[in-house]
Ligand binder design. Structure first.
Ligand code: PHE
Length: 344
């Protein structure tokens, strides 16, 4: 009897059911009402008392082993986990995973950069934490002058002697760094994040993104500025988009202007986006003030230049008709999912 049991033990140890049907066959064979274990217990009744002492323990352990094996596979099959190689079907299709999409601001920034690259503009970057000189003073904002209030500033350190440290309010600071560190001609755009101390609403945020541009060389005129921006708008919004320039004021440009385009949504006939006027403002621009050139060590009697600056959010709003600025920074997947990247 002991030999028989040993044989069954090795049989059970070697057994790996590939399906619940195989497991059921095993159960009937060993644990069923007419199964091997039942037979062994019947046989046990017939052996001598001496043998019973030894065999009783062996038989009980064998029964336990058979039951445990059954139980563990039963749980496995019930939970749907099929671990054996014979049930792993390599021909089943894999599970697809979703690919993310580009943020709309990244898409539009890239588009703007591509257009200016075609005109020979480089891309320049600078720090987001700036000193007073690069963000204000070099750009012809006199100290204590109300023009500084045009841009509500987040100050990091107030230091009357060495100059304040602040989060940059525009990427014009990058233009200053560029002119200080190089020699004309300069032809570059400066994309980047800027910060202003404004209450967050559908129309304003405490940070946004800009692309500013600078062109400094001999004989650069307002006509060059108009032609460059006209080309840009035709590329971005399509041929036939009209532009108009309105006189404006910036401390660092003279003369200064704001540029409107014919509304890209209603094509000028008047809609909600352009508040019925047919025109929308998209950027500020002007001829670089000679004071700024001199502050950066450039001879203003020899060189002239133009500069412009636009908010990427504004351009994106017009392109995709987005009415609430907050959507750009809330990371709502339902919003972000809608922008399929044409340019990767
Ligand atoms: N720096 C200006 C702003 O942030 C934009 C601008 C740039 C205007 C260059 C004119 C020329 O509002």
């Amino acid at each position: 009897m002991q030999d028989k049991i040993n044989q069954y033990i090795s049989e059970i140890n070697a057994f790996t059911p590939a399906s619940s049907e195989e497991l059921e066959t095993y159960r009937i064979k060993f644990l069923g009402t007419k199964g091997i274990i039942k037979d062994l217990f019947d046989e046990f009744k017939t052996v001598s008392a001496e043998e019973k002492r030894v065999l009783g323990k062996v038989l009980n352990e064998f029964k336990k082993l058979a039951e445990e094996k059954h139980q563990s596979y039963k749980e496995q099959f019930e939970s749907g986990a099929e671990l054996t190689s014979s049930t792993f079907d390599l021909t089943l299709p894999g599970e697809g995973f979703e690919i993310g999409s580009r943020h709309p601001l990244s898409l539009v920034r890239k588009e703007i950069i591509e257009i200016f690259k075609k005109l020979g503009f480089n891309v320049a970057e600078g720090p987001e934490i700036e000193d007073d000189w690069h963000n204000f003073s070099a750009l012809n904002f006199p100290e204590e002058h109300p023009a500084r209030d045009m841009q509500d500033t987040f100050f990091i350190k107030k230091d009357a002697e060495n100059g304040d440290i602040a989060l940059r309010t525009h990427t014009s600071s990058v233009q200053v760094r560029m002119m200080e560190n190089g020699k004309p001609p300069f032809r570059a755009i400066m994309p980047g994040r800027v910060y202003r101390n404004e209450a967050i609403s559908a129309r304003a945020h405490c940070f946004f993104h800009q692309v500013e541009g600078l062109y400094v060389d001999e004989n650069v005129s307002f006509a060059d500025l108009k032609q460059t921006l006209f080309y840009f708008v035709q590329e971005l919004y399509g041929e036939g988009t009209k532009v108009r320039f309105r006189p404006s004021y910036f401390p660092f440009t003279e003369p200064s202007a704001e540029m409107d385009i014919s509304c890209s949504i209603c094509k000028g006939s008047g809609c909600q986006m352009c508040k019925g006027s047919g025109w929308v403002e998209i950027l500020g621009c002007g001829m670089v003030d000679p004071n700024v050139l001199e502050n950066c060590g450039i001879d203003s009697s020899k060189y002239t230049g133009f500069a412009f600056g636009m908010g990427i959010e504004r351009i994106t709003n017009l392109k995709y008709q987005i009415k609430d600025l907050r959507l750009f920074s809330e990371n709502d997947i339902r919003f972000l999912k809608q922008f399929q990247s044409e340019i990767l």
